[in-house]
Design a protein around this ligand. Structure first.
Ligand code: RUQ
Ligand code: CUA
Length: 763
């Protein structure tokens, strides 16, 4: 899209006069006509009315979904199911410049394992930070199953700030789950492996291979995980699975499932039965019960030894100190979920039609009375299943995960094999309702459903297969997240959302008004380190500094130019381009892409980012802004000139066009006309109660800035005109007009906003 000056001007005028005519054009079709034409039922219409969000409308809840093997998080709104953002976590992502700018590369670098830079993750379970067991809207944590790591995402800007690597594990699954005040983030292993990085034959599986459970210590003030304060429970080589932290009466305790307590090691290629047979032989596996509070006290008292930079609690010590117990649980368990009041622990076994509800009271009583039925091969005391059970409830085939309702004792459990959600009462032990989903549900989420105070209202079913739900797009199908209304007695299916990014496992959903994301960064901000960047640059202070073979470019971005526009370096130089976005306006992000250097940046208002690369080949490398930031966005461009060694400069700037006095006067005339448009818009705005609308106030501020720039350019134009330098006078008059166009653009946006929001005339 490129407008001639004339067209842009007429467009501006057209917009000014033409608004408000379109609304009555809403077609004459009746609701009945549409229903008939699209084959919709009354029930469909009701469902649509419950999810449809008119333009400009907001969602009541914000969901954070794992992105599976995409290594990202997916943010969407509920009930509209509109995707708002992918947050890059373990995987480079060009839109956000993640893994392209030096600052975010440093975050990915933290996730190196054995010296290798990894460029994906298998994300499973996002967890919001909590205060008193309730979401506080500050952080979200996410685990990587494939490469045992946990990342911290700050909800101020939805950016990844930190990645920590588990130095003991080779795989994990039972994370991220937080304790009620985000004291710790739980991360349990999945596939047992030696704690060292050495080769250990499978014949030593029982003695040397280990599971484990890490409690990562989190510093809420700093917003970072502190590895040095974190501790790990050494656990037997059972395949630990999901975890959950106790709350209320069970505060201080953690619960971690396991499967394959048979400790089977596979070997199908040797004619042995496969893992799936060897790992599902026993009727029960073990629920691990850990006392993290007491463990933290031992750590504090200096009673736990450090290894690999964190505290490791050997099984022997955990047993001796009463930190670790096992309870049998049926069969190939998957999900473990603590009830909102913290009194019960619900375990779902993939191969059992029941869900087992354990009583925390009964568990504590057994521990107190040392009422154990024996020990496992590692000496861990086992509490009898019957001793600890509150109830078992038959729900259906393949129960996996459970979420809670706002109504007391009501829970929802996913049934993978049945492709259903079961609504049931865990106090009385009875099924209340079932609904079919499409197909093969894994996790499910209710609104704030794993807090001490769930909201109920909606449930999202995270289905593993979509099969026939959407238009086919080849053998690889999107996932299907289904929105279900759970506000009434009967569950009602509302909407199918295809999710085409990895295989999401778990979603958490928070009340939208708990989030207060920022609109802009403080100027010159390194967002990954949360401090002012040493490379920040202010307007007019742009410079290029050479030191030996290193060239630092201190640049800025603002509608619609990059400063500098020409960067000259020499072959072999290491070039570091540091860009600060000078904009204060909402949504005025600029991008920066350059030919053949894998340089691609996203610079949100206020941010400073850097791209460092070697200019190893003499040549001409155009660069430009990748975000359509204004009408003259295409002109937001420049050249990196890499001069061959020994190059001697010749010539200066060549201009393709010569301008005359007439050109200058023509431009000035255009500018005067544009000013009239601006004045009319300003008159409209100021004659209304625009100060009652904060977004309009922000637009007016930005417009005022732009008009100030216009005035500066006007001065320059007039000074050159006075000297009879029509070349520079015309060009600066053009720049003056550019700022006017930006002003008009903002003004028109403000005017539209006022009209759409029923602003009142005040004079
Ligand atoms: S999930 S397989 Cu059921 Cu939580 Cu990862
Ligand atoms: Cu900045 Cu386009």
């Amino acid at each position: 899209m490129k407008f001639s000056k004339k067209r842009t001007l007429s467009l501006l005028v057209g917009l000014t006069l033409g608004l408000g005519a379109a609304s009555s054009a809403y077609s004459q079709q009746s609701l009945q006509d549409v229903m008939k034409a699209r084959g919709l039922t009354q029930k469909d219409l009701l469902a649509a009315a419950k999810t449809y969000t008119p333009t400009g409308g907001r969602d009541e809840y914000i969901a954070v979904s794992s992105g599976g093997q995409s290594g990202q998080l997916i943010i969407y709104g509920i009930p509209s199911m509109r995707i708002l953002k992918y947050v890059a976590v373990f995987t480079p992502e060009p839109w956000q410049g993640y893994g392209f700018d030096d600052e975010s590369k440093a975050v990915l670098e933290q996730g190196r394992i054995n010296g290798k830079l990894l460029t994906y993750g298998d994300t499973h379970h996002p967890a919001f930070s909590e205060t008193n067991g309730d979401y506080d809207g500050r952080y979200v944590f996410i685990n990587d199953k494939a490469n045992p790591r946990v990342a911290v995402v700050d909800l101020k800007d939805f950016e990844t700030k930190q990645i920590v690597v588990n130095p003991f594990f080779k795989s994990e699954h039972g994370g991220a789950f937080v304790t009620p005040n985000t004291e710790y983030i739980m991360e349990a292993t999945q596939y047992a492996a030696p704690y060292s990085d050495d080769f250990v034959p499978l014949s030593k599986f029982n003695e040397v291979y280990r599971g484990g459970l890490t409690y990562w210590s989190f510093d809420k003030k700093e917003g970072r995980i502190k590895k040095e304060n974190s501790f790990v429970f050494e656990l037997p080589p059972y395949s630990q699975d999901l975890s959950d932290a106790g709350k209320g009466p069970s505060y201080g305790w953690g619960f971690t499932n396991s499967f394959c307590s048979e400790r089977y090691v596979g070997g199908i290629e040797k004619g042995r039965p496969p893992f799936e047979a060897g790992c599902s032989q026993k009727d029960t596996d073990f629920l691990h019960v850990t006392n993290w509070k007491k463990a933290a006290e031992l750590v504090k008292a200096g009673k736990v030894k450090k290894e690999k930079g964190m505290y490791l609690i050997p099984m022997k010590q955990a047993i001796a100190e009463g930190l670790l117990y096992l309870i049998p649980e049926p069969k190939s368990p998957h999900g473990v979920d603590v009830t909102p009041d913290g009194t019960k622990i619900i375990v779902a076994g993939k191969l059992d039609t029941h869900v087992s509800v354990y009583s925390f009271d009964k568990i504590m009583k057994a521990i107190k009375e040392k009422n154990f039925v024996g020990k496992d091969p590692y000496g861990i005391p086992i509490i009898g299943m019957k001793t600890a059970l509150h109830k078992q409830v038959q729900l259906g085939l393949g129960p996996l995960h459970t979420q809670m309702d706002s109504r007391k004792c009501v829970a929802y459990t996913s049934l993978y094999v049945d492709s259903q959600v079961a609504k049931w009462d865990y106090c009385e032990g009875k099924v209340l309702d079932k609904i079919n989903i499409h197909y093969n549900i894994g996790h499910l989420v209710t609104m704030e459903g794993d807090t001490v105070d769930p909201d109920g209202k909606y449930l999202v079913s995270l289905n593993k297969l979509a099969i026939d739900r959407f238009n086919p797009v080849g053998p690889l199908h999107p996932q299907n997240h289904q929105l279900i209304d759970i506000s009434g007695d009967k569950m009602q299916l509302l909407y199918d959302m295809p999710l085409p990014l990895g295989e999401p496992h778990y979603v958490v959903a928070i009340k939208a008004d708990k989030l207060r994301p920022e609109i802009r960064y403080k100027s010159g901000w390194n967002s990954r380190e949360d401090k002012r960047s040493k490379w920040r640059t202010r307007a007019g202070r742009e410079k290029i500094v050479r030191e030996g073979n290193r060239v630092d470019v201190y640049g800025t971005l603002i509608r619609s130019h990059i400063t500098p526009e020409i960067i000259e370096v020499q072959e072999g130089d290491t070039v570091s381009i540091h860009l600060t976005n000078l904009e204060r306006a909402e949504d005025e992000t600029h991008g920066f892409a350059m030919y053949s250097h894998n340089v691609n940046l996203s610079v949100e208002p206020g941010k400073t980012v850097s791209a460092t690369f070697k200019a190893d080949k003499a040549g001409v490398y155009p660069y430009y802004c990748t975000e359509f930031c204004s009408a003259l966005h295409l002109e937001m461009q420049g050249y990196l000139l890499v001069q061959p060694k020994g190059y001697k400069a010749e010539g200066g700037f060549v201009e393709g066009q010569k301008y005359t006095k007439a050109d200058y006067e023509k431009q000035v005339k255009t500018n005067v006309d544009t000013q009239a448009v601006i004045d009319s818009v300003v008159a409209f705005i100021t004659s209304h109660n625009y100060k009652d609308f904060p977004p309009v106030v922000a637009l007016v501020e930005d417009a005022t800035d732009q008009l100030g720039f216009a005035a500066e350019a006007k001065k320059k134009a007039e000074a050159f005109a006075k000297k009879g330098d029509w070349q520079n006078a015309t060009l600066w008059a053009g720049q003056w007009w550019q700022y006017q166009v930006k002003t008009a653009d903002l003004g028109l946006r403000a005017k539209t906003y006022l009209e759409e929001h029923g602003a009142k005339k005040i004079k």
